[in-house]
Design a protein around this ligand. Structure first.
Ligand code: ZN
Length: 278
C-alpha cells in the first residue's frame, strides 16, 4: 500500500532519470498527449506526504497520488506494451526512458505556485522532511480531542505521509488502543508517536520491501522469512509481544481496517481498571 515512504522511494528512483531531461511524450488516461508538458524540461520532482509533484521548467505541474493501489512501472522505449497504453494514468517519456503509473490519480496544476494548490495547501507537515515541526503536528492533532488517535494519525491535514500500515504499527509500539480519544494522549506521547512514524518511514525509503520490525531500539532485529510488521495485516495471529490474538475492525471516519492487540493496547478505561485492580 503506497504511503509516504513508497512515494519518496519512487521519487528517488525517478529523479536521476527525469530531472533535467526533456519530456518527449506525456499522456494521461485516454492516451491524449498533454501538449502543455511535451517538450518541457523537468525542473524538479518533489514529494509531499503521499503526493508526487513533477515540476516542468514552464507550464503546469503534474500531481500524482497513488491512492490505495497505484504503482509506477518503467518500460523500454519503443517496446510494445502487453496492456493498452490508455490504461496508464500517466506516461512520461524522455529520450532514454518511459515511465508510467497505473491506477493513480493524476492532475495538472494550473496555478503559478503548485504548492499553493487546494489539493496540497491543506496538508500537514511532511514527516519525511529532515526537520519536521512536531509542535505544529501536535497542535493540529489536538484540534478535536474526541477524535480517535487511529483516525488522527491517518489525517493528512495533521501530518502528511502516514497510511494505515504505519498508523497500526506505531500504535502497537506505543501500546495505545486505536480508538483512544486523542485528548487523552499526553502531548509528549503524541509527539513521540509522530517521531516514531517518521523514523519507521525514513528507514523504509528506498527499501525493496517495507519492514517495520526491528527498527526501534530495544526491538529484536527483523530476520528474513519472519513477519515484516508487528500487527498490520496480522489479525487473528498471536501478538508478537504477549501472544494474545490480534483483533481487527473497520473503524474510523475512513473505515480502514485497524489491527491491534487487545492486551498490549487496552482501551483507556480498561487500562485504568487493570491498574486499579493491581
Ligand atoms: Zn500483545
Amino acid at each position: 500500500m503506497p504511503e509516504g515512504d513508497s512515494v519518496a522511494s519512487v521519487a528517488e528512483r525517478l529523479r536521476p532519470r527525469l530531472v533535467g531531461e526533456v519530456l518527449r511524450d506525456v499522456r494521461t488516461r485516454g492516451d491524449a498527449p498533454v501538449i502543455a508538458l511535451v517538450g518541457q524540461r523537468v525542473l524538479a520532482l518533489e514529494t509531499h506526504g503521499k503526493h508526487l509533484l513533477l515540476r516542468p521548467e514552464h507550464g503546469p505541474s503534474a500531481r500524482v497520488h497513488l491512492g490505495m493501489y497505484g504503482r509506477w512501472r518503467r518500460f523500454e522505449p519503443g517496446v510494445r506494451w502487453r496492456r493498452p497504453r490508455r490504461t496508464a494514468s500517466l506516461i512520461l517519456a524522455t529520450d532514454a526512458h518511459v515511465f508510467a503509473c497505473f491506477r493513480a490519480h493524476v492532475e495538472l496544476l494550473r496555478g503559478a505556485l503548485p504548492e499553493r494548490d487546494p489539493s496540497l495547501v491543506h496538508l500537514g507537515p511532511d514527516l519525511l522532511v529532515e526537520a519536521v515541526d512536531l509542535e505544529r503536528v501536535v497542535a493540529r492533532a489536538q484540534l478535536d480531542p474526541q477524535r480517535p488517535i487511529g483516525s488522527v494519525l491517518l489525517d493528512q491535514r495533521v501530518a502528511a505521509g502516514i497510511g494505515n500500515v504505519y498508523a497500526n504499527e506505531v500504535l502497537f509500539l506505543a501500546r495505545l488502543a486505536p480508538h483512544t480519544p486523542v485528548g487523552e494522549v499526553p502531548p509528549d506521547a503524541l509527539r513521540g508517536l509522530y517521531a516514531l512514524a517518521a523514523r519507521l518511514m525514513r528507514a523504509n525509503v528506498g527499501a525493496r520491501r517495507r519492514v517495520t520490525r526491528g527498527i526501534e531500539a530495544g526491538e529484536p532485529p527483523w530476520r528474513p522469512g519472519t513477519p515484516r510488521t508487528y500487527v498490520y495485516g496480522r489479525a487473528g495471529r498471536p501478538c508478537p509481544r504477549c501472544a494474545a490474538t490480534l483483533r481487527s475492525a473497520r473503524r474510523g471516519e475512513l473505515k480502514r481496517v485497524t489491527t491491534w492487540c487487545p492486551r498490549c493496547q487496552p482501551e483507556p478505561g480498561e487500562a485504568t481498571n487493570s491498574r486499579g485492580a493491581s
